[in-house]
Ligand binder design. Structure first.
Ligand code: SF4
Length: 424
């Protein structure tokens, strides 16, 4: 059940969370700690607070819900841990998928899926690395329903889990089982406001109806729900977001996550994709403000908003987030088709440390945007046909990738360029 908090109700939740954080970490209390905690929480405050059916509160889709153990783990990742730790990983459990989405960032990922044992081992290592938000996807993750159950059986409550789906291979019983095993929510892809557009975009007739049905089922079994939507400039011009917000309202959906069109996978070669970027960002900023102030609509988290230079910027490379593909390749982000190593060949922690070394400081420049042409040209030059680019090439490619440090982390005094990421 979607219960959004805005205005004074939202303010009171923030006060409650702030007090709880200060009390819980009273051993660390100092002006510096209080200022950092206030800055961190304030960074989410332009989003609507969503009360999930399980009674917990989401300040943002990728921040675990308050007052869960995963929420406090995320707070500790940034305010207490030295070095600070990542919050989110996106994990693909299979490349297999009956859909052919036009923007698929894994379109050229070719190798075999990891074994179930390797997936379970890697998920355990995510938790040890600090991850508190596990976002599982495919391909079609529901093709590996038994593995999804095994993952959930292997976890304690230190990670909040959401699963991405197109709606295919879903049944109410499967959703109820996952809810029972501790899954918090389901993210459903909807890339247009009409069956005609969405079905064409994903290459499967009936996909739009299936997605809607999945959202309704999530609501029926008490799972959190989100629409994931990638909207291009042309769709934004056609007011498609407004129609999707109405659809989400009808389905009692908790979030509509607006994903920026990124040059990765199938769209890596699309040189004109970001030509209207400034207009898209202006529109997103306006829509974000508008919808997050309206009680009756779903919360609207938007990548372009949270990755704005005045917010968190680009947090790839294990700063806040990273990606592990179905074949075990560890990438800085799902939208950056470069690998720092494969968990089938090396321990995850070694690969992760190597990646962190390459992305020491979060920057305002979006790596997926400013480096897309370089990645594409590099692949052409070296005749690389499958993604992600293997580490032997990645290390050459990422040499000297530096940008402008994001202000919030400089103010939190973590991930400092001069002092290094491990310093206080
Ligand atoms: S590379 Fe950076 S800006 Fe791009 S999607 Fe990933 S985290 Fe966001």
């Amino acid at each position: 059940m979607q219960q959004n908090k805005i205005g004074i109700a939202k303010f009171l939740i923030y006060v409650r969370i702030g007090m709880h954080v200060l009390w819980k970490y009273r051993k660390h209390l100092s002006i510096k700690f209080i200022t950092a905690a206030a800055r961190l929480l304030a960074a989410f405050s332009d989003n609507k607070v969503v009360k999930l059916a399980n009674g917990t509160y989401k300040l943002h889709i990728y921040l675990p819900a308050y007052p869960t153990r995963a929420f406090f783990k995320a707070i500790e990742d940034k305010l207490i841990s030295k070095p600070p730790k990542p919050v989110t990983v996106v994990l693909s459990v299979t490349k297999a998928c009956p859909y052919r989405c036009k923007h698929c960032y894994q379109r050229f990922d070719k190798n075999e899926d990891m074994s179930s044992e390797k997936v379970l081992e890697t998920v355990k290592k995510f938790s040890e690395a600090g991850v508190s938000f596990l976002n599982i996807e495919g391909g079609d993750a529901f093709l590996k329903f038994n593995l999804l159950c095994k993952i959930m059986d292997s976890l304690d409550d230190s990670m909040e889990v959401w699963i991405n789906t197109t709606g295919t291979n879903i049944t109410k019983k499967k959703l109820a089982t996952l809810k029972e095993k501790g899954v918090c929510g389901i993210m459903v892809s909807v890339h247009g406001s009409s069956a005609e557009f969405h079905d064409d975009f994903v290459g499967v007739k009936g996909a739009f109806e299936l997605a809607k049905k999945t959202l309704v089922l999530c609501n029926e079994v008490g799972l959190g729900s989100a629409i994931n939507t990638v909207l291009t400039y042309e769709q934004i011009q056609g007011n498609v977001l407004d129609e999707i917000m109405l659809l989400a309202k009808d389905c009692n959906c908790d979030f509509v996550q607006l994903i920026h069109p990124k040059r990765a996978g199938e769209w890596l070669k699309n040189k004109t994709l970001n030509e209207k970027d400034a207009e898209i960002r202006r529109y997103v900023s306006k829509a974000h403000k508008q919808y997050n102030a309206l009680q009756d609509f779903s919360a609207l988290p938007a990548q372009a908003q949270e990755e704005h230079e005045d917010k968190f910027g680009c947090t790839c490379g294990g700063i806040d987030r990273f990606y592990v593909g179905a074949n075990g390749e560890v990438q800085p982000c799902e939208f950056l088709n470069i690998s720092f190593g494969n968990v089938n060949e090396e321990p995850f922690e070694i690969i992760f440390a190597r990646m962190r070394e390459a992305f020491k400081v979060p920057c305002i420049e979006w790596m997926c945007e400013v480096k897309a042409s370089k990645i594409y040209e590099f692949m052409q030059k070296h005749s690389i046909e499958k993604t992600p680019i293997p580490y032997e090439y990645t290390k050459e490619l990422v040499k000297n990738w530096v940008g402008t440090p994001t202000k919030i982390y400089q103010k939190l005094k973590i991930y400092q360029r001069d002092a290094g990421p491990d310093q206080d």
